[in-house]
Ligand binder design. Sequence first.
Ligand SMILES: [Zn+2]
Length: 333
Amino acid sequence: MSGETWSRLTINTRHIINKHIFMKIYDLHQDLMTHIRFRDELGQSHQTSFEDIHSSTIDLVIATAFPFPKNDDQLDSSVPSLITEELQMYCEYLTEDPGWQLIENVADLNSKKQKIILHLEGLNVFDGSDESRQQLDDWVELGVRSIGTHWNVENQLGGGTLQPEQPLTKLGHEVIEYLEDKNIIFDLAHMGRQSFADAIKLTNRPLYISHGNADAVYPNVRNYTNEQLRAVAESDGVIGVFFANTFVVGKNNQSKIEDVVAHIEHIKNLIGVRHVAIGSDFGGVVTGGVQDLSSVGEIENLLVALKTCEYSEEDIEAIAWKNADRILRSHLI
Ligand SMILES: [Zn+2]
């Protein structure tokens, strides 16, 4: 990054937090229920809650059911029941609070209520057996409409973030076809780089990365290379930038809003603003957040920062929700 870009991105944060932009936002990734249940255990600062989202301008959130097996092993046999348990907790909450619309199909996106899409972050225990196929169908039956095949660990579908050279397996191919057949959103976040390259050859839908940043701004195997970002643009897809300090500037530095804007700026300059969205990762940020952008209550600060950096109202709106809306409609059909 050139020094010139950095100086343009220097923002007076105090200036930002006194301003407001009331614009609706789609947040493509939150570990909402996990945070509500295990925040203290995980030593997290408060990042999100149903109430916080209710009183924010977030119009749609994609929320994860994430398992925490006792032995910390994402391949443990308890994982399916832990996922089911968390999905049921979402369903119970949403039934009790009529203020929410659970998205089941594309028409539900037109609801005037605040919207939630249930997401699975990693099909780590899927082994292709009749039992695991039934389990997957059951989760879809419970309301899951967005699935990422991977998280950090290798599974029988291919490589996750930490296995960048692992190819997609035959079973991985099958699952991606299943997601396409069922009109379930296919999330490429956390897929290892080789598996990502294999997967994008299989899908005709716009590529979708719920939460990810630019490797060229902060090099990390969890961030996305220029080549990957170009593939996103070629498919007319989107990437949701996210606010975990470790993937914005690295764990040894404290990130600020301008560092998040630097990721947005890079992606915008490389492939166009049409492909940028927001996927905060609130609830899933375990190693520290971005200063002044560390909870739902502060998400608006990003839009104010973009305005301060002379992004047009149209571009801010595209990043805040319109780009994401286009992709969700194309996947859910
Ligand atoms: Zn994640």
